[in-house]
Write a protein that binds this ligand. Structure first.
Ligand SMILES: Cc1ncc(COP(=O)(O)O)c(C=O)c1O
Ligand SMILES: N[C@@H](CCCC[NH3+])C(=O)O
Length: 381
């Protein structure tokens, strides 16, 4: 597919992101169809990719928006999401961000500490508003994923710890400008062992039960996102198994009568639709393997340097016999390496490479280190 489309982009300077909007649409409709049969609400996590054409597709398919900063709330509203479709999580919401979201009348603040609740109460009172809030609880459930993208263990900074709940609840009596509407959980990202979600359901049920014993029944349960994608074989599994994912919650989550269940998927919706296209600048002899030095680096796609994440690399322009390369970028850091000992068709200066599954946490995490240019993006529809 990429090989055939490439001539249309031959005149664009590399590196650039190329998004397949057809695949994006198919992925979104698959997720929507599976979620809809249980009446589930899916909020797209903008942090994965907040490009306007991508948000337009997501909005069109009826998803809400999950934001983690004031600017993401702003971007979601500009893209056309209505305030009642917007949730706002984040462990360090600033006063300015809270004020902005209050003014915008967003649906819900997913609150991560008692201290944050106090501040929202104060700011909501000053604006004469009642803010809808959910408690983001740290459920101490292992996501069986990379430790740097685990969020639901007690050692992580996210959420309110279970042992704080008892002392927190009475405080709501002194917070007339907060309306407690739900519970929120998010245990981590790139989750491929779905037993993590089974464990999450068990824990949510226990926590919900505890609240009910205190006389509180929540209209909303938000179980977060985190569903992983197949980085190894993007061709074989371009669309994640949403049927199995939502099926787990349908089977195991104790949904009360009239209760709304919310999800916050980011990566699973957009990752496979994005590819980083880059050119080979030099082939240089190394001690063990040769280096293929690309014109894209950790500044365009940070995941390999940050989490030793794997992205499949393809040479789109060579069909010579195979050789082995360490594929690296031009940035002045030794961690600027996409992958070591990659088997590729013999690669030469000027070849075009595709770094796959880069639609989530790729372009949005790009930066200007070494005063790099802003990476461009193009869309196939
Ligand atoms: C609170 C919250 N919701 C949703 C997401 C989206 O996660 P993912 O892209 O893994 O689905 C994240 C990121 O991990 C998050 O922190
Ligand atoms: N940015 C990370 C995941 C963090 C998700 C947000 N909590 C990644 O590239 O995999």
């Amino acid at each position: 597919m990429l090989k055939e489309q490439l001539p249309a982009f031959a005149h664009h300077p590399t590196p650039f992101y190329l998004y397949d909007l057809e695949l994006l649409k198919k992925t979104l409709s698959s997720a929507r169809a599976e979620a809809e049969q249980y009446g589930y609400h899916v909020h797209y996590a903008l942090k994965a990719n907040a490009n306007a054409p991508i948000l337009a597709e997501i909005l069109q398919q009826g998803f809400g928006a999950d934001c983690v900063s004031g600017n993401e709330v702003k971007r979601a509203l500009e893209a056309g999401f209505t305030p009642d479709q917007v949730v706002f999580a984040g462990v360090g919401k600033s006063d300015a961000e809270i004020n902005f979201a209050l003014q915008a009348n967003i649906f819900c603040f997913n609150c991560e500490s008692t201290q944050e609740l106090e501040v929202i109460q104060e700011l909501a009172a000053a604006q004469g508003k009642v803010a809808q809030v959910a408690l983001r609880i740290n459920p101490n459930v292992d996501a069986y994923t990379h430790k740097h993208i685990t969020t639901g263990l007690e050692e992580n900074k996210f959420g309110i710890n279970l042992w704080e709940l008892e002392s927190l609840l009475p405080k709501f009596a002194q917070w007339p400008n907060l309306q407690l509407i739900g519970l929120h959980f998010h245990i981590g990202s790139q989750i491929t062992d779905l037993r993590a979600y089974e464990n999450l359901c068990v824990r949510v049920n226990e926590i919900q039960q505890w609240f009910e014993e205190q006389g509180i029944l929540f209209p909303h349960l938000n179980v977060g996102g985190g569903l992983g994608v197949n980085y190894q074989q993007p061709e074989e599994q371009p669309i994640p198994d949403f049927k199995e994912y939502f099926g787990i919650f349908n089977r195991l989550l104790d949904k009360r009568e009239g209760q709304q269940v919310h999800f916050e998927l980011g990566r699973a919706l957009v990752a496979q639709a994005g590819t980083l296209i880059t050119k080979v600048l030099y082939i240089k002899n190394g001690q063990k393997t040769n280096f293929a030095i690309l014109d894209a680096g950790m500044t365009e796609l940070m995941r390999p340097a940050l989490y030793q994440a794997y992205h499949k690399i393809e040479n789109l322009t060579s069909s010579l016999p195979e050789k082995t390369y360490d594929v690296v970028g031009p940035i002045c850091e030794s961690t600027d390496c996409f992958s070591k000992e990659v088997t590729l068709p013999e690669t030469k200066r000027g070849d075009i490479m595709a770094i796959r599954t880069a639609g989530a946490y790729g372009e949005v995490m790009a930066n200007h280190y070494n005063l790099r240019d802003t990476v461009q993006s193009f869309y196939l529809s």
